[in-house]
Design a protein around this ligand. Structure first.
Ligand SMILES: NC(=O)c1ccc[n+]([C@@H]2O[C@H](COP(=O)([O-])OP(=O)(O)OC[C@H]3O[C@@H](n4cnc5c(N)ncnc54)[C@H](OP(=O)(O)O)[C@@H]3O)[C@@H](O)[C@H]2O)c1
Length: 255
């Protein structure tokens, strides 16, 4: 008989960064609908509180935690606040990210640092601060968010692409460090999904159509397309999968 609990997240607590918008907000919803208590982090408290209302009205559990994850010195404190709110951490989704879209000659030391810090350093240091709690129970799920730019170079994406390529190697290195303690570490690499981050793409019909035609399926992503991959990596369904990056891109990188 099929295991009906394979994707069940009841009694689990997940931390989701970047939960005020786009992919992070959608993933927070998927996890809570599967039974998890979700702690959502971002800077915009109002957006987090609105999501909390929606999720709790639907019978889910969501706690909002407003924090700037670009402030490295506070990451341990933010992780401890998450543990206080949920009592535990069974997994983390590192979805907070920025793409400043600067031309190569415009990239400054400051914009490089800002991008690499939030997109690459924060997922490592923040996750490391949460992993001890997962280790105490011998089970945990780390999900990083990669990108088409993990393996493709796009115009005006140099620091972003460097950070997202780094995320794939960070995911392998996290897997090497923590998987023998029951913690799987994987990344999801979305194709083009309509969010605030991709407003410049979807705001231009020609660019959005170009992106769709680059896929094998023939359309751009919809946030619902991320539900299955998110629940796979967040649940015991993926307990023997680690260090991997799954492209959820409609076949963009297959063409
Ligand atoms: N959309 C796509 O097609 C696509 C494709 C590939 C990869 N991705 C990746 O998916 C992830 C989510 O992106 P998205 O498309 O959903 O973009 P988005 O709608 O712009 O969301 C970005 C999130 O990151 C948070 N964030 C930014 N700076 C932060 C900071 N300093 N501290 C805390 N939170 C911060 C934002 O919240 P606040 O502004 O409230 O702080 C927001 O919740 C990113 O890692 C992105 O690179 C997206």
């Amino acid at each position: 008989m099929a295991d009906q609990t394979l994707f069940d997240l009841s009694d689990r607590a997940f931390i989701v960064t970047g939960a005020s918008s786009g992919i992070g907000a959608a993933m927070a919803g998927f996890l809570s609908e599967a039974g998890a208590h979700v702690i959502g982090i971002a800077r915009r408290a109002g957006r987090l509180n609105a999501l909390a209302n929606t999720i709790t009205e639907n019978g889910g559990r969501f706690s909002a935690l407003a924090a700037d994850l670009g402030e490295r010195s506070t990451l341990d404190d933010v992780a401890n606040d998450c543990l206080k709110l949920a009592g535990r951490a069974d997994g983390v989704i590192n979805a907070a990210g920025i793409n400043l879209r600067e031309a190569v000659d415009e990239v400054s030391l400051e914009s490089w640092d800002q991008t690499l810090n939030l997109n690459l350093a924060t997922p490592f240091f923040f996750t490391r601060a949460l992993v001890k709690d997962m280790q105490s129970r011998g089970w945990g799920k780390v999900i990083n968010i990669a990108s088409l730019q993990s393996s493709r170079a796009f115009t005006n994406g140099l620091p972003y692409g460097a950070s997202k390529s780094g995320i794939c190697q960070l995911t392998r290195a996290m897997a090497e460090a923590w998987s023998n303690q029951g913690i799987t570490c994987n990344a999801i690499a979305p194709g083009f999904f309509p969010t605030e981050l991709t407003a410049p793409v979807f705001g231009d019909e020609n660019t959005a159509n170009w992106a769709a035609t680059q896929t094998a399926i023939g359309r751009n992503g919809e946030l619902e397309d991320l539900r299955g991959p998110t629940l796979f990596f967040a649940s015991k369904a993926s307990d023997y999968v680690t260090g991997q990056t799954l492209y959820v891109d409609g076949g963009f990188t297959a063409k």
